[in-house]
Design a protein around this ligand. Structure first.
Ligand code: NQM
Length: 374
């Protein structure tokens, strides 16, 4: 006997080059274990095809944003990002996502959490995963979110309204190990965190060019083993502890630019290779290239002036505006980071999760052993 189907209010949105399910916190269970169980059933995980849920069978399309009015006076809304495993029954809050972030402001207006502010609305967002702030500005003519526009971002067909995201200086150090270079698993790397813990590695140190496609890199067993070895060791050094089951740090392989940008990237997130690059991942690469003495500096071609830097990736490029300053400890710190993204509402409605697996009934003394004849 089953009860009535569960139903949950949900909006599916593309945020930048990712896609995810957006929820009001009040529409989900407050208790994290119950919430995560529900989200796995909504997304269709664990299953490599996520055939019985909303997930798109890739980490970039198996994401969740949970939004609620903020209690932080510096913010309008709180945004909790959850990465839902595709083939593992895991839901992680250990990383942030700058792509789904692009949909948070529009979602907050759509759900009435923030009143539209005229032709444009600026929503101040507290990113719960890292404690950092962001402000997203997007068009709201006539008091409605307008998703149409002429902004193009690599990895997304067509054009849409720009969502301009500004990040004030982050709360943590830019160099989590306290060093510009570290030798990890025998390789010189630079560990950067400008919103996303990222290990920068010259591609040639891992015996690849850095221009291969994501599929070819993912299928290179020797490379992926090295990337994982390096990530585990770097995770410890970066103060992240045992990262064997977490999605951070990311590993970004760097090579000289080929299309007029500042650098070429191939980024492991951390097992699959990104088809482009995450927003905060790109912000971390951009900051890393600006640090004199980093492993990225000699192979990069950063612009002579201005804050804008173009990070090339497998499907195009991401432009990041960033500038650094020096902290009291003499180490570099982020001063400002900004990026242009787009987002789009795909559907708004009710999602029906796969039913929960009922707990096995406890055997009673009067019943024969399970599986036995009755
Ligand atoms: O770095 C993928 C993405 C991301 C995260 C990942 C992101 C970011 O492309 O800000 O957006 O690195 O797992 O959405």
């Amino acid at each position: 006997m089953t009860g009535p189907a569960e139903e949950v209010r949900c909006m599916l949105m593309r945020g930048g080059t990712s896609k995810g399910a957006y929820f009001l916190a009040g529409d989900l269970p407050a208790e994290p274990a119950a919430r995560d169980d529900l989200l796995l059933r909504i997304m269709g995980s664990p299953d490599p095809r996520q055939i019985d849920g909303l997930g798109g069978a890739h980490p970039l399309t198996s994401k969740v944003a949970v939004v609620t009015p903020s209690t932080d006076p510096a913010a309008d809304v709180d945004y909790l990002f959850l990465q839902v495993g595709v083939d593992e029954p895991e839901v992680s809050d250990r990383q942030n996502c700058g792509n789904l972030l692009a949909g948070v402001g529009p979602f907050a207006v759509e759900r009435g959490l923030v009143a539209p502010g005229g032709e444009e609305t600026a929503v101040r967002i507290h990113m719960v995963n890292t404690g950092d702030l962001a402000t997203a500005t997007f068009p709201t003519p006539g008091g409605r979110v307008d998703y149409t526009g002429d902004a193009e971002i690599s990895g997304v067909p067509g054009a849409a309204a720009a969502v301009v995201i500004e990040f004030p200086p982050g709360s943590g150090p830019l160099l989590p190990t306290g060093h510009i270079r570290d030798t990890v698993a025998g390789i010189e790397v630079t560990c950067v965190d400008n919103g996303m813990p990222t290990v920068l590695v010259p591609a040639e140190s891992l015996k690849v060019t850095g221009y291969e496609g994501p599929k070819e890199l993912e299928e290179d067993a020797e490379l992926t083993a090295r990337v994982q070895e390096l990530r585990l060791a770097a995770g410890e050094l970066m103060g992240l502890g045992d990262v064997s089951t977490t999605t951070v740090p990311k590993v970004s392989l760097l090579a000289p630019p080929r299309h007029g940008g500042a650098v070429t990237t191939r980024t492991f997130i951390p097992v699959r290779c990104h088809t482009s690059i995450g927003v905060l991942g790109a912000a971390s690469v951009a900051a890393g290239l600006r640090i004199e003495g980093s492993v990225g500096a000699p192979l990069a071609a950063p612009p002579a002036d201005g804050d804008r830097l173009r990070v090339e990736h497998p499907t195009g490029f991401t432009d990041i505006e960033s500038s650094l300053t020096t902290g009291p400890d003499g180490l570099p710190r982020a001063r400002r980071t900004a990026v242009v993204r787009t987002a789009r509402k795909i559907f708004d409605g009710t999602v029906f999760p796969r039913p929960a697996v009922p707990p096995l009934p406890a055997p009673s003394a009067s019943e024969p052993p399970s599986g036995g004849p009755r």
